[in-house]
Design a binder for this molecule. Structure first.
Ligand SMILES: Nc1ncnc2c1ncn2[C@@H]1O[C@H](COP(=O)(O)OP(=O)(O)OP(=O)(O)O)[C@@H](O)[C@H]1O
Ligand SMILES: C=C(C)CCOP(=O)(O)O
Length: 269
């Protein structure tokens, strides 16, 4: 019997595809190159199945911080803030879709705000079957960090990692690739001279004090939250590998998609 084609989730981090020190500042030339690397990897590995996601960077995080949207939404002003965050997240999504399409990629966007209900800032209800159908037909489903209506909080923010976490338990990818601007997880951030090659749940307690939030405006926890949530996921799905790496270096993304590990690899004990 044929082995099922490998399934990979790839996040294009907001730190990579936007300038997080600005406001609503995309990096179109970087996005263009990343899209071309995805297209090249699909040519080299035609059986690759991919779910794409992208962060919100200097788009959604800025109003989300101002309106405290992740913590919950109840007043009329907060709901207007929720809509403002949505507009920003959507604006970046349009740019990402445009660049992926320009590289000839058959992308279909699945914006979480339109389909997911959260509870306590975790995905609660989501009919993911349309996304699964897109994948089955060798299309490229695209999710994103977004606002979401929430049973407990009124409204909230879901990061791309929150969305991936839920999808991982349903679709069982072999690898999750998180591309950002850092080469991986640094042992000595922000000096950035010693990269940690691998992190396991057992090794994590000794390393956790080196991990912090984003150096820029961010409401979803930066590197600390990324590593903590991904290690928890690895414990729930043994065999899953998560690679945190830089998309800044041309070729890195393509090589990660083709099975190399140019960064910090998170894996089971
Ligand atoms: N030990 C560390 N190693 C690497 N980066 C670290 C470390 N500690 C803190 N950071 C910060 O965390 C950032 C990564 O988290 P961030 O949430 O900004 O990434 P992202 O997922 O690309 O962005 P977004 O949430 O906008 O999608 C790094 O760019 C860096 O500023
Ligand atoms: C701030 C918003 C709208 C989403 C955050 O998602 P992330 O950039 O993946 O952390």
């Amino acid at each position: 019997m044929n082995e099922p084609a490998p399934l990979i989730f790839l996040k294009l981090g907001g730190s990579l595809i936007t300038d997080k020190h600005g406001t609503s500042t995309p990096r179109p030339e970087v996005l263009r190159r990343l899209a071309q690397e995805i297209a090249a990897a699909r040519q080299v590995c035609p059986h690759l199945r991919l779910v794409l996601g992208h962060g919100s960077g200097s788009f959604g995080h800025v109003p989300a911080k101002r309106h405290h949207t992740r913590q919950g939404v109840s007043t009329p002003e907060q709901w207007l803030g929720f809509a403002e965050v949505w507009r920003e997240a959507r604006a970046l999504n349009d740019i990402v879709v445009q660049e992926l399409c320009a590289a000839g990629l058959p992308v279909i966007a699945f914006p979480p705000s339109a389909a997911i209900l959260a509870r306590g800032a975790k995905v609660s209800d989501w009919d993911h079957r349309p996304l699964q159908a897109a994948l089955d037909h060798h299309l490229l489903p695209l999710v994103q960090g977004d606002v979401a209506f929430d049973h407990a909080l009124g409204g909230t923010i879901l990061s791309t990692e929150d969305v991936f976490e839920h999808l991982t338990l349903l679709l069982r990818p072999q690898r999750i690739l998180l591309a950002g601007i850092e080469a991986g997880v640094w042992e000595d951030f922000p000096a950035c001279t010693r990269l940690i090659p691998t992190i396991t749940p057992a090794a994590f307690p000794a390393l956790s004090s080196h991990l912090g939030g984003s150096a820029a405006v961010d409401v979803t926890g930066g590197m600390e939250q990324k590593v903590t949530s991904m290690l928890a996921l690895i414990q729930r799905q043994p065999g899953l590998q998560v690679l945190i790496f830089s998309g800044e270096h041309p070729g890195n993304l393509q090589s990660a998609l083709c099975g190399q590990n140019p960064g910090t690899l998170l894996l089971g004990d």
